[in-house]
Design a protein around this ligand. Structure first.
Ligand code: NAD
Ligand code: UDP
Ligand code: UDP
Length: 340
């Protein structure tokens, strides 16, 4: 028989090395897409500070900024590429943290078609890259995949309640397709994947005017403006401080579980309670103003983090009362508001 005419069985996928890079013996090469953004830049700090990594950031600077990475520019283990993930990217890396995507409602609704392209084509490209170089890839998905949830708190098994044609769908449904693509590349091509479902995260370096509730309230408090509580104000969110989030993302990447795994702080607050906390901790003279809400606003959200606790040994350490003043310090400096 002619061996070459027979179907050649596909070799099993080679596990991507965690301790040793394929490309340079000493350090892992890590790509962070969206690394110039809020969570991404804190992740880059941690990866660079470990001293064991080479970090490449690919970002189109839509909502991110070079400023967030200032301290690493020029460092021999760091590289920043202006790149849109909807275009092909050729780099050689061991791990990919795929964060690129606007996360604040006002930015993801600004150009919804682009948001979908970023989630779908962008994730497809990063998966094609991971496949070509044998890299492990982590997607930052979102609690928004649960939509306006009918189960509370949300477990990973819950399939969600998402409006497919609403104004938030470019983001929610985009992330849902991104998760599907991750699992199809995993099943079809043997890729090593990790999926984090991130719940509302806050901290220093958030865009001051990006419209999210914590950044709005803190900026308003410092500027002496009214805190805009969107009606009815009884809707809830659970807020995770960014250092806890970064810790969870790294544990997920380094661990053995594909996920999806919820990462978030289970402390749940109504928006009125959040406004009261900002008032108490940051500006006691602040006034609250009830304003109109946006369509499809989820009424409640709180992660069940049993999986993260048992599989990753992770849980948040920073409470809202500790985190808000730290973020306010950063905003004070950036807004040039003197301490009282
Ligand atoms: P961010 O807007 O600060 O960061 C996103 C980064 O991606 C920015 O630097 C932006 O310039 C970049 N980007 C956007 N589109 C791009 C594209 N097409 N090509 C290349 N770069 C692009 O937001 P963040 O809060 O840091 O969020 C990071 C990730 O975490 C996102 O994937 C987001 O969906 C996810 N997430 C965040 C939260 C949260 O509360 N912050 C909650 C759930 C999920
Ligand atoms: N891709 C990329 N970088 C790579 C390899 C692939 O950006 O190093 C992109 C490529 O442009 C393609 C996508 O990833 O559109 C999916 O690649 P894959 O090989 O899975 O699919 P195919 O190219 O066969 O459609
Ligand atoms: N929100 C608010 N005031 C603001 C901005 C937002 O009360 O100035 C509310 C909004 O209605 C929602 C919650 O805060 O119920 C969280 O909104 P955000 O845009 O921060 O995040 P997401 O809706 O994506 O969770």
């Amino acid at each position: 028989t002619n061996a070459s005419s027979q179907a050649v069985p596909r070799p099993p996928p080679t596990p991507s090395p965690l301790r040793y890079s394929k490309f340079s013996q000493a350090k892992l090469r890590i790509l962070v897409t969206g690394g110039a953004g809020f969570i991404g830049s804190h992740l880059v700090d941690r990866l660079m500070e470990s001293g064991n990594n080479e970090v490449i950031v690919a970002d189109n600077f839509f909502t991110g900024s070079k400023d967030n990475l200032r301290k690493w520019i020029g460092h021999p283990n760091f590289e920043l590429i202006r790149h849109d993930v909807t275009e092909t990217l050729l780099v050689e890396v061991d791990q990919i943290y795929h964060l690129a995507c606007p996360a604040s409602p006002i930015f993801y609704k600004y150009n919804p078609v682009k948001t979908i392209k970023t989630n779908v084509i962008g994730t497809l490209n990063m998966l094609g890259l991971a496949k070509r170089v044998g890299a492990r890839i982590l997607l930052t998905s979102t609690s928004e995949v649960y939509g306006d949830p009918l189960e509370h708190p949300q477990k990973e098994e819950y399939w969600g309640n998402v409006n497919p044609i609403g104004v938030r769908s470019c983001y929610d449904e985009g992330k849902r397709v991104a998760e599907t693509l991750m699992f199809d590349y995993h099943r079809q091509h043997g890729l090593e994947i990790r999926i984090a479902r991130i719940f509302n995260t806050y901290g220093p370096r958030m865009n001051i005017d990006d419209g999210r509730v914590v950044s709005n309230f803190i900026a308003q408090a410092l500027r002496g403006e009214e805190l805009t509580v969107q009606a009815p104000g009884t809707q809830t969110r659970s807020f995770c401080y960014v250092s806890d989030m970064v810790d969870g993302l790294i544990r997920l990447m380094e661990g053995e579980n594909t996920g999806p795994i919820n990462l978030g702080n289970p402390g749940e607050f109504t928006m009125l309670e959040l406004a009261e906390a900002v008032k108490e901790l940051i500006e006691p003279s602040a006034q609250l103003k009830i304003t109109e809400n946006t369509p499809d606003d989820p009424r409640m959200r709180k992660p069940d983090i049993t999986k993260a606790k048992t599989l990753l040994g992770w849980e948040p350490k920073v409470s809202l009362r500790e985190g808000l003043p730290r973020m306010a310090e950063d905003f004070r400096l950036r807004l040039n508001v003197p301490k009282k």
